[in-house]
Design a protein around this ligand. Structure first.
Ligand code: CA
Length: 387
């Protein structure tokens, strides 16, 4: 089996020694043996093999078919493992990225989707409720979210079958059933919970519980959504598929990219008040490509609600957290017309929408130390015709 040592990365590679995201892979030689890999440039470090060769105490956590045992081990272990891995990068335990199969890297427990971009919420409110206020009265007081479907979270590269369902436009006399005619994307950032919690998680404990960050595409059938969403929110218009990166990037990789969120226009209740907290935003720059063409560059730094506020809010009622819980930011949209994170906004609700065969790819990077870039693993998916 060919093994490579990628000591020299190309200049500016966003998957250098300050990034080191975790994934789960298998090789053609051992297709049934999933284990943890760490991306370094265009290569994958076999973390299990390297840990065994170095006699690491963490070898059992790395020779696992999902990231969940490592994620559950807590922040002290996350930091220790990451430090050890930095010492393994000049060794022989690498595969070329193109030679491995990547799998869903963690077992998803619960999935929550938020709605944290003021620009997105305002734009969508104007389209869905043209006669009402764009923002609902609660929007500036709490991070709005809903519980999604964990079982249909899929890894990047998985095809997405066009969903069917009930659609009814306002002018239609009756609902009809069939393949969605308004299939859309939502460019989002996902946060993956490592350490469980039995009590509300205050803002300052965010880093103790969130293991890492990934790109996420919350595929959305707008015609199904528009007919079903009142009064309980999204259901079948969202639950058919949610795509995540094959790589989960540790939260600590974004220390240089922390940034203050937009100015708060309404006073916040104490459990959400982050005026004195560390900057809760992350300066992630996302690119959305459809069939290879860049259609948008949403800035994550423009999000009104932070991931720490979302975690505090989703646990404040006593709801517990489990290892593998995934929560998504909500569609990332900025103030400019080329910074919108879905076709609903980019086309002002008129389309065109996704066609069968279209391939959507999200990429992102953030500033790292000393002018480097911290990359997020891409998330890509192709639309297949309805069954
Ligand atoms: Ca969403």
């Amino acid at each position: 089996m060919p093994q490579h040592s990628p000591r020299e990365l190309p200049e500016g590679d966003p998957f250098g020694a300050d990034t080191l995201p975790y994934g789960v892979f298998s090789t053609a030689g051992e297709p049934g043996r999933r284990r943890i890999g760490v991306r370094y440039g265009a290569h994958v470090l076999d973390a299990a093999a390297a840990a065994a060769a170095h006699g690491s105490a963490y070898a059992p956590l790395l020779d696992a078919p999902t990231l969940n045992p490592l994620m559950a081990a807590g922040r002290d272990v996350w930091r220790a493992v990451r430090a050890e891995i930095r010492g393994w990068l000049d060794g022989p335990h690498f595969h070329a990225l193109d030679d491995v199969t990547l799998h869903l890297p963690f077992e998803v427990a619960d999935y929550v989707d938020f709605y944290a971009s003021e620009h997105h919420a305002t734009n969508v409110g104007r389209i869905f409720r043209p006669d009402g206020d764009a923002l609902t009265p609660n929007w500036k007081h709490l991070p709005i979210g809903y519980h999604g479907r964990a079982g249909t979270v899929v890894v990047s590269g998985t095809d997405v079958v066009r969903p069917s369902g009930q659609r009814k436009a306002p002018a239609d006399a009756a609902p009809s059933f069939g393949p969605s005619l308004r299939l859309d994307i939502e460019a989002e950032i996902g946060f993956v919970v490592g350490t469980p919690a039995q009590a509300p998680v205050p803002l300052e404990d965010f880093r103790e519980h969130v293991f890492g960050v990934c790109l996420l595409n919350d595929w959305s059938a707008r015609d199904i959504q528009a007919w079903e969403y009142v009064p309980l929110g999204p259901f079948l218009g969202k639950s058919f598929a949610t795509s995540v990166s094959a790589w989960i990037t540790p939260l600590d990789a974004f220390d240089e990219a922390r940034t203050a969120p937009p100015e708060r226009t309404h006073p916040l209740l104490p459990y959400l008040d982050d005026a004195k907290a560390e900057p809760g935003g992350i300066d992630l720059r996302i690119e959305v490509r459809i069939n290879g063409e860049v259609v948008s560059r949403p800035p994550f730094s423009a999000m009104y609600w932070t991931a720490a506020q979302q975690l505090a809010h989703m646990t404040v009622n006593g709801a517990t957290l489990r290892t593998g819980d995934l929560y998504a930011s909500g569609t990332v949209s900025g103030p400019e017309p080329d910074q919108l994170g879905c076709l609903l906004e980019l086309t002002k609700g008129k389309g065109p929408w996704l066609a069968d065969g279209d391939e959507v790819t999200l990429t992102a990077w953030a500033p790292g130390p000393d002018g480097t870039r911290i990359g997020l693993g891409e998330v890509t998916g192709r639309i297949l015709p309805a069954r």
